[in-house]
Ligand binder design. Structure first.
Ligand code: DQA
Length: 155
């Protein structure tokens, strides 16, 4: 089973960007850690980052042709205003988990609203890079449950 991880605008700058908020860890190290855990559990995983809204929409849509079973997404700033990203997630209708490094509810008021949360299975926010790990654990659980339900039906 394949998981696609999508990172939104400015997340390529982790480790450099507002380290007081987002921490010192680089995106490639977050990805490497997720890759180890996914592989250990028998899942394929791929990663995508873009600073462009349309490219994020394309990456979500392309999941359908790539055999992707579930999406983990940190939409970054797009969380708070992108109806296009929200609609793409709803359109592909794959199990999706939203993650944030920071607790968006504790930050500026404009970050309190997520347009993405209503179309995802769940949201993990506020645990730094560990949010991605928790998102991965949750996604593997969801996909294992789907697999077991399918197998039970085939019996
Ligand atoms: C973020 C929170 C967003 O509000 C912000 O625009 C980001 C990162 C997070 O991971 O905490 O770029 O998604």
């Amino acid at each position: 089973m394949k998981i696609k991880v999508i990172h939104g605008p400015n997340l390529n700058m982790l480790g450099v960007r507002e380290v007081n908020l987002y921490g010192p860890m680089k995106l490639e190290d977050i990805n490497k850690n997720m890759e180890v855990v996914a592989k250990q559990n028998g899942f394929d995983i791929e990663f995508y980052q873009s600073n462009h809204e349309g490219d994020i929409v394309d990456a979500i849509q392309e999941s359908l042709n790539e055999g992707v079973d579930g999406i983990i997404i940190n939409p970054a700033a797009l969380t708070h205003y992108s109806i296009a990203v929200r609609d793409a997630i709803a359109a592909v209708n794959l199990p999706t988990i939203e993650v944030h490094l920071t607790n968006i509810s504790r930050r500026e008021e404009f970050r309190h609203k997520s347009l993405i949360s209503p179309v995802v299975a769940g949201t993990i926010t506020g645990f730094g890079p560990f949010s991605y790990h928790l998102g991965l654990i949750a996604m593997m659980q969801i996909l294992n449950e789907i697999k077991m339900a399918k197998e039970a039906k085939e019996k």
